[in-house]
Design a protein around this ligand. Structure first.
Ligand SMILES: Cc1cc2nc3c(=O)[nH]c(=O)nc-3n(C[C@H](O)[C@H](O)[C@H](O)COP(=O)(O)OP(=O)(O)OC[C@H]3O[C@@H](n4cnc5c(N)ncnc54)[C@H](O)[C@@H]3O)c2cc1C
Length: 395
């Protein structure tokens, strides 16, 4: 309640202020609580509350609905800033914005517009239920279906991984369009907390990203058919959810990788101070690592810039070349983050391996291994392989 009062008295951050606010919250709040969030596998409430207080949850909400109307570049930079200190906070923030992007671009009913206004007014937090028991990680297939009577719908979904489900104000869930629809004819439905129940099925006892609290639930929601986004999920996924996910996830991982490199740099500098005049052996490895990080950063920046163009260009957004490059971003960046943190660990040696030194890298390494699984890289590579059979251009 307190947060919502603060939110209503603050103005929405301008695009030029937003990254500075995210950096400040990352340094002041996320860094302080990151180890406890990881250790206790608890929701990063301090960081998300601080973001909410600064009205940072409505960055992507268009100004006509009361949000900041920021571009994806700004959101990605804010996500990266958070990822430098707390990957769980950053991932929650990224996942929230993926849902906002879908709602803002594909929710055209009066209900969806009102809900966007509520998101901006009350700084609501949105979560996602795409994964479903029985279809593995194939997000383009649903077993559950929307059941409609007149203007009302109901939906029951067995969702084994719903990040921060109990902390969210609404969950966006995929489902078959009707009970008669094939598994691939999906829609995306907004399920606000007030008309949704979450029956707990499984706890989130994970290697990393522990603060995302991605427990499993039977999600059961009801409402008006206006809560079903206007476009098909195939379209929403291709034009918005997949590229937004891949650029924002890559930004989380870039934040992790940057901190790993900073940690290795601090370690090498400390070693150099101990033997003035002699280059520490690890200095060469550090130079290689900095090169790798720069390549990573350049790749993410290039894809964000392309998505900026595609945001307003439906032809580019629905092209095969764009989809291939967005898949490549996810596969490459999820691999690079593990390689970079592992190389930083080798530079720091036992000081990186131990959990209680200024050079500890355990949490970063565990978090980085979640990257390849968040929609399996194998699935993305298989999808790209299919596209390449018919895609003729080299770009
Ligand atoms: C930190 C984190 C947070 C998450 N949050 C959410 C959330 O909020 N909401 C949500 O809905 N989901 C969430 N997920 C789930 C996630 O997005 C994936 O759906 C899930 O991790 C996939 O599970 P899986 O590995 O069993 O899937 P699968 O994709 O089924 O993979 C299982 C195995 O099959 C192999 N495989 C599958 N398909 C192919 C193929 N075509 N070719 C070759 N091999 C293949 C894979 O390589 C893998 O070895 C989250 C996951 C993580 C790690």
């Amino acid at each position: 309640m307190h947060n919502k009062v603060v939110a209503m008295t603050k103005t929405t951050p301008s695009p030029s202020d937003a990254v500075g606010i995210a950096t400040d919250i990352s340094e002041r709040v996320a860094r302080l609580h990151a180890d406890a969030v990881d250790c206790d596998a608890r929701f990063p409430i301090e960081t998300i509350s601080a973001l909410r207080s600064e009205r940072m949850l409505s960055l992507l909400v268009p100004q006509e609905f009361g949000g900041s109307g920021c571009r994806i570049t700004v959101v990605a930079a804010a996500v990266e800033a958070l990822g430098r200190n707390c990957a769980s906070s950053s991932m929650v923030y990224a996942m929230h914005h993926i849902q906002i992007a879908a709602l803002a671009r594909h929710g055209r009913s009066a209900w969806c517009h009102d809900y966007l206004r509520a998101v901006a007014a009350d700084e609501l937090l949105l979560a996602s239920a795409t994964t479903e028991k029985g279809v593995g990680g194939d997000v383009r297939t649903s077993i559950c279906a929307v059941e409609t009577i007149d203007d009302e719908f109901s939906l029951v979904k067995d969702s084994p991984v719903v990040s921060y489900g109990v902390h969210a104000d609404a969950i966006l869930a995929t489902a078959r369009r009707t009970v008669e629809s094939p598994a691939s004819d999906q829609v995306l439905v907004v399920l606000p907390k007030a008309t949704t129940t979450l029956e707990h099925q499984s706890p989130w006892k994970a290697l990393g990203f522990r603060g995302t609290c991605s427990d499993g639930y039977i999600v059961q929601g009801t409402g008006t058919v206006q809560q079903i986004l206007s476009d098909s999920y195939a379209d929403i996924s291709a034009r918005t959810m997949l590229p937004t996910s891949h650029v924002l996830w890559a930004s989380v991982w870039l934040g992790i990788a940057t901190t790993a490199v900073d940690t290795a740099r601090a370690f090498v500098r400390a070693a150099a101070r101990k033997s003035p005049g002699a280059l520490p052996p690890s200095a060469l490895h550090l130079a290689n690592l900095v090169t790798q990080l720069e390549e990573f950063r350049a790749m993410v920046a290039a894809r964000i810039a392309e998505y900026e163009t595609a945001w307003d260009d439906d032809n580019l957004a629905s092209s095969m070349g764009f989809a291939l490059r967005m898949n490549a971003l996810k596969v490459s960046s999820s691999t690079m983050v593990v390689d970079i943190v592992t190389a930083a660990l080798r530079i720091c040696g036992i000081a990186g391996y131990l959990e209680d030194t200024p050079f500890s890298l355990g949490r970063l390494l565990r978090d980085s291994h979640g990257a390849a699984l968040m929609v399996s890289n194998d699935r993305l590579i298989a999808a790209s392989a299919q596209m390449l059979l018919v895609h003729k251009e080299s770009r």
